[in-house]
Design a protein around this ligand. Structure first.
Ligand code: CTP
Ligand code: MG
Length: 242
């Protein structure tokens, strides 16, 4: 899509340790992601996937190296601009007691119903919402309806989409979705033309992506699409066959 010209991410020799700890969580990571690309970050638990994500909206700063968005060092960007560009869907969906609508527009209170609905359609949660007792006005959380893990994940994705981010970071946010719903979601995100990084432990998710980054013990072991990784990475092949 030629209209996409924002949402480029560049890591150059990035290393990271949490403040006050001695352990290197990420070591010498370099990669580039083009605007509009969908890239899966694949790796075992503790590999450093969430830590890597946190460096993009500056929940933490790098210990060494540089993270750039659209050519700008994130540390030199205005926090407001950075947070507007980057939508981060955390590993645990955080919903509060309130209506579905309020939960989706949280942090963007001026969102219109049209925008909220569009975000929900793309997040593959609109139909579920329409089947709730008061649709978008249904209360969730305490004294409200209970949503399933996968429904919470999609609501949390809709919350990120309503802000129209140029970069969307999904931290294992599709782990509770079936393969068909997940494929529809990823397809809809392509229509949105935002750069999408999706952390996953599922090979099926990785296969759907344009490219895969394989992390192990804080290191970038391999990158490429499914077919090339099968040929070049022993670890990837083992994950695929397991
Ligand atoms: N870590 C830490 N302090 C934190 C969070 C994580 O020291 N506040 C460490 C963890 O102990 C781990 C490493 O950082 O050794 C990487 O953690 P993380 O990035 O959270 O790993 P993930 O790949 O995201 O693991 P998972 O799939 O379980 O989410
Ligand atoms: Mg994680």
């Amino acid at each position: 899509d030629l209209t996409v010209n924002e949402g480029k991410i560049e890591f150059t020799n990035v290393s990271f340790q949490y403040p006050g700890t001695a352990e290197m969580v990420l070591e010498d990571i370099s990669f580039k992601i083009n605007p509009g690309e969908t890239v899966a970050i694949l790796g075992a638990t503790g590999a450093g996937k969430t830590s890597l994500f946190q460096l993009i909206p500056r929940l933490y700063d790098v210990t060494g190296g540089i993270v750039k968005i659209d050519g700008h060092d994130v540390r030199k960007m205005k926090m407001e601009n950075l947070r507007r560009k980057v939508g981060f869907v955390p590993q645990e969906a955080l919903l509060f007691t309130g209506s579905v609508k309020e939960n989706i527009s949280w942090g963007k209170e001026d969102a219109t119903m049209v925008e909220i609905t569009a975000a929900s359609v793309n997040a593959q949660i609109h139909e579920t919402i329409m089947n709730l007792p008061q649709q978008y006005d249904t209360r969730v959380g305490q004294k409200g309806v209970n949503l399933s893990g996968g429904q919470k994940q999609r609501l949390s994705i809709a919350r990120a989409l309503v802000r129209m981010p140029k970069i969307l970071l999904l931290d294992d946010s599709t782990s509770a979705l079936d393969m068909k719903t997940e494929a529809k979601l990823l397809g809809a995100l392509k229509e949105y033309t935002c750069t999408t990084l999706i952390i996953t432990q599922k090979i099926s998710t990785a296969i759907e992506a344009d490219r895969i980054l394989l992390l192990e013990d804080g290191k970038l072991l391999a990158e490429g699409d499914h077919d090339s990784l099968l040929k070049t990475s022993g670890l990837y092949k083992r994950i695929f066959q397991s």
